[in-house]
Every structure is written in C-alpha cells, then in structure tokens.
Design a protein around this ligand. Structure first.
Ligand SMILES: [Zn+2]
Length: 317
C-alpha cells in the first residue's frame, strides 16, 4: 500500500488516489510532528485506500488535524465526508462557496447523477457523506491556516471553478494548486520539463479570472507546485506562461467553433490538435493514439466546459 505514497521536501507527501488510473489524482498531505494536514481527498473509494495506507505507515486517523479542499469537484472532495467521519479531530477548510455543498451534498450529488446517471455515479463516487457544520471552516483570500508552527496562506483562485482556492505553504515555498495551475501527467514529463495544459471542465470556466489566478500563483514565485492531477512540478515560470498562452488558444478555439453544428466535437478535435502539436515540439515520442488515450477524459471535459462557456457568452451578447 505504501508504494502508493511518494515523499517530497519538507514533509510533503503524495498518495496516488488511483482514481480512473494510476497517477491521475493525488491526495497530498503534510506530516509534521506526526500530525497531518491533507489537501484534497479524491473520492470515497480513494479515501478508504488512503486510510489503509496511513495505517500501514502507523499513522492514526486521530492525527489528522486539517483537511483542505482546493475546490468541491468530486475528484477532489468526494471523499471529504467519509474522511471527516473517520478522522474525529480534523477540521475541514473549504472556499466559502463550497461550504454548503459539504454540509449538505444533495445538490452536488444531483448534478453528478444528471451527468453520469445514478448507477454510474454511485460506482464512481460512492455515497457522499455530509460534514458537521461545526467542523467546517470557510476560508478565503489572505487567510492563514496555522498547522504545527507552519503557516499556509489561502488565495482565492477562480477560473476553473468559483469555489477554488490555492494554498501556499511558507515552509516549503510551494503551492497546492488543485486544478488552478493546469494538469501535468508524469507520463508526459521528460528532461525538458512538464507537459502542462488547462482544465476547462464545466460549468464555471472563466478565462479572464483563470488568467488572473495563474498570474497570482506565479507572483508567489513558488519553488514547486503540487497539482492534484498529478503532483509535483518545478518549472513554474515556464509552465505559467504556457498556461496563459493556452487560455487564449482555448478561447480562440471556442470562438471558431461557435457556429458549428456539433460544437463540442469540433472543440474536442481542435483541442487535441493544439495539444498534440505542442507535444511534438518536445522530445517525447508518444503516438497520437497513446496521447489521445491518456487525455481522453480531459479532452471531453474541456470540450464540454468550453461549449458551456461559449453558450453562456452567446446569451450575454
Ligand atoms: Zn476541478
């Protein structure tokens, strides 16, 4: 079980949640003086495996002091209710806009069922467990979480979702970014660095806000960022500029597809071509097919999100 845990500088760890596949979603944690602060929980199924891994490492659930959620999409927050139930001393910190969804997950659940259907939703996520209101702390811009003499600063981080925060850890000078600083899979990393791309999942993608968030993260000059999909990256400035460029490219693709009958398919196809062209400029030798498989879910979600955003903009005009 512990082979799923990687360790980094300053007592930072990554647990491979094994959601969808290996090295797709991470549960990060800091182990300071045998006390734990967790960032994102993945799903119920992952959270159970995570507790087993802690058990193997002789860490009791009672040691967990904080569970921080970057945002309340279910691959980040689906296991939060379960973990809070199992970790009696933990407090849950989440963006003010996410609190009600954690206390009463019915609306969140309904939206997932509407996308996947009840059976598939239950298979993927298990049952969402509500969190006791008294154990939830709403956090926002500029707030500090104190954890074992360590200070973690919260930044509001909209663009991917309105309920998104990023967490800057002063001790390691690193940032836990959820989906606010893109996605970078280890399979696409080589000596030139990481292959990063924007996640524009429905329904709150906002490129202008996203741009501000990416710049805000870059301004902190973090030595590394820990992405939920998937874990540590180090070339922050280079990746930051690439993300800013991609926001423009995503917008252009959306605009070009606006009048198209099968808008979503068109956007998906253009996103694939855009990203694969970027991949070809790296030293990685990965076929179109392998690349398409690896990014399949992300391309579909990104296309859905861009179509949704496109239609929203159209209505405003
Ligand atoms: Zn997300």
């Amino acid at each position: 079980m512990t082979e799923l845990v990687s360790s980094f500088e300053k007592n930072i760890f990554c647990f491979d949640a094994n959601y969808i596949r290996n090295k797709f979603a991470a549960i990060h944690f800091i182990n300071q003086n045998n006390k734990l602060l967790i960032v994102d929980t993945a799903t119920n199924h992952s959270a159970k495996r995570f507790l087993n891994a802690l058990h193997t490492m002789n860490i009791a659930p009672e040691s967990v002091e904080w569970i921080l959620l970057t945002h309340v999409h279910l691959d980040h927050a689906g296991g939060a209710g379960f973990l809070m139930r199992m970790c009696p001393n933990a407090q849950l910190a989440v963006h003010a806009r996410g609190v009600r969804h954690m206390v009463n997950p019915e609306a969140l659940w309904a939206s997932v069922v509407s996308v996947y259907g009840k059976e598939e939703a239950e298979k993927q996520y298990g049952q969402l467990i509500p969190v006791d209101e008294n154990r939830v702390v709403a956090v926002g811009e500029g707030e500090i979480i104190s954890f074992q003499n360590r200070k973690l600063q919260i930044f509001d981080a909209p663009g991917h979702a309105n309920h998104h925060i990023v967490i800057f850890d002063e001790e390691s000078k690193s940032c836990f970014t959820g989906d606010a600083f893109g996605i970078a899979y280890p399979e696409l990393t080589n000596e030139d660095g990481e292959f990063i791309f924007i996640s524009s999942t429905p329904t709150q993608f906002e490129p202008v806000k996203f741009d501000i968030t990416v710049k805000k993260i870059m301004e902190q000059k973090p030595q590394s960022c820990f992405l939920t999909h998937f874990s540590k990256i180090i070339n922050i400035e280079k990746n930051g500029y690439e993300l800013l460029k991609q926001l423009d490219e995503y917008v252009t693709i959306s605009q070009q597809s606006r009048t198209c009958d099968s808008q979503q398919d068109q956007i998906r196809e253009k996103l694939f071509e855009l990203l694969y062209k970027k991949l070809e400029k790296t030293n990685l030798s990965i076929s179109r097919r392998e690349f398409g498989n690896l990014l399949s879910l992300d391309l579909s979600l990104n296309a859905q999100g861009l179509e949704y955003w496109n239609n929203k903009i159209n209505k405003q005009v």
